[in-house]
Design a protein around this ligand. Structure first.
Ligand code: HEM
Length: 407
């Protein structure tokens, strides 16, 4: 694919500052750069705005089905590769293109469209108030572990029909499952048992929730398809929304320009959230599309079976789209944090309601909020795909009054 050693993809997420890494990739390679996913496994990182639109908008040339990946077919990537959970074929909406994809996506779109945003906002406020109530009296907290990491799943749990105790159990099971420690198998079992139990109970007694809607949807043919649809809702929305909340809070706590504009009201919270989508999107890099034929993209010769990664953060450095100016100067909102084409995220509106309410609630209740560590020492969770702060240790004025009322 290339003669010089390609950059490991994790170098684009774990670096202290994204700017120099992506500017460097752009100036050396242009809109499509060679990268290494793990030792010996190469892929293309597509960062050009137009090239990303072509990549995501042409499924008959660039497939979403990882079984079309040559490195998977020829065993270069072993079945137990750490790339598996994010990159291997999924027998759900994520793994298919064409009519099968449209059939599996329609129920999810219908479920998401049924969400009542006022009710959703009240649910998020109550989830956030409970979490804040757990640490408000201490005057210190880790806003990732004790807040951002819990809000999306506790909220999505409510949307699919779990009660607060069951949503907590789901959160614990997911933590064990993704922690890759000894209890990860047990976490997986508890995760499946909870969702299976929920589907059973709603089949017998449908309610006003997304699980009941999916169970009754004419496009879903089997119980397994219903369960997979619930799993996608829970898993696709969790880490992405956690990152969005945590990155926004991190910028408020560490970037005086950003914080001043948010606190002074010059930057509305929606604009602040949009700025994060542009400069530090929840998915820095998104797996993947696979070339179905030899082709060309951004001046590169792409071979059949090559993997192409969506460079959703790299696109902010496409000076052809941004005129070489920073997001807040250019007024150009041309980010692709939600991707594009048939697989683009169907949940922008509820995701925004969750993220906006979580950030607003924290800033409203936690008076004199400040970081208690050197911002330069903040680390990110190791991942080639996301750049979520590992922790945000803060102090604030302790209070024993339970949060109440709207922020
Ligand atoms: C309530 C929260 C969310 C839910 C329920 C959700 C749901 C989904 C689902 C079901 C898909 C698969 C769509 C398909 O393959 O046809 C998807 C894809 C995606 N979502 Fe979300 N999402 C949420 C939040 C977010 C957030 C906060 C972001 C980042 C801003 C995001 C970015 C993406 C991206 C980049 C894709 C992949 C698109 C592609 O492969 O081209 N999502 N999401």
């Amino acid at each position: 694919m290339t003669t010089t050693a390609p950059l490991p993809l994790t170098a684009t997420t774990t670096c202290p500052d994204l700017g120099p890494v992506f500017d460097g990739l752009w100036s050396e390679h242009g809109p499509v750069a060679p990268v290494e996913l793990e030792p010996g496994v190469h892929a293309w990182l597509v960062m050009g705005y137009e090239e990303l639109k072509a990549l995501t908008g042409t499924p008959d040339l660039f497939s979403r089905d990882a079984r079309d990946w040559k490195a998977f077919q020829d065993g270069t990537v072993p079945p137990d590769s750490p790339l598996g959970p994010m990159m291997f074929f999924r027998d759900n909406v994520i793994g298919y293109d064409g009519e099968e994809h449209r059939r599996l996506r329609r129920p999810l779109e219908d479920a998401i469209a049924s969400v009542d945003h006022r009710r959703l906002r009240r649910t998020v406020e109550s989830v956030c108030a409970d979490l804040i109530g757990g640490f408000a009296g201490r005057g210190t907290a880790d806003l990732v572990a004790e807040y951002a990491a819990a809000v999306p799943l506790l909220t999505i749990g409510n949307l699919i029909g779990l009660d607060p105790g069951q949503s907590r159990e789901l959160l614990d099971a997911m933590r064990a499952l993704f922690g890759s420690q000894e209890d990860s198998q047990d976490g997986n079992r508890r995760f499946e048992a909870l969702l299976f139990g929920l589907a059973e109970s709603r089949r017998a007694d449908p309610r006003d929730d997304l699980t009941s809607l999916l169970l009754g949807h004419p496009d879903l043919r089997t119980e397994a398809e219903v369960l997979q649809s619930i799993v996608v809702l829970v898993s696709a929305g969790n880490h992405t929304t956690i990152s969005w909340i945590a990155q926004t809070l991190r910028l408020v706590l560490t970037d005086p320009r950003f914080a001043g504009r948010v606190r002074g009201g010059r930057l509305g919270l929606d604009d602040a959230l949009d700025e994060v989508l542009s400069v530090a999107p929840p998915m820095i890099n998104m797996p993947a599309r696979y070339a179905l034929r030899d082709t060309e993209l951004g001046g590169r010769a792409i071979a059949r079976g090559d993997a192409l990664i969506l460079g959703l953060a790299g696109v902010a450095h496409d000076h052809r789209a941004h005129g070489g100016r920073a997001f807040w100067q250019s007024g150009n909102r041309a980010h692709l944090a939600w991707s594009a084409g048939p697989h683009a995220c169907p949940a922008r509106d509820p995701a925004r309601t969750i993220a906006r309410t979580a950030v607003a609630t924290a800033l409203h209740y936690l008076r004199d909020l400040r970081l208690t560590v050197d911002p330069a020492g903040l680390e990110f969770e190791p991942s080639p795909w996301t750049r979520c702060p590992a922790s945000l240790p803060v102090s604030f004025t302790a209070t024993h009054e339970a949060p109440g009322g709207r922020p």
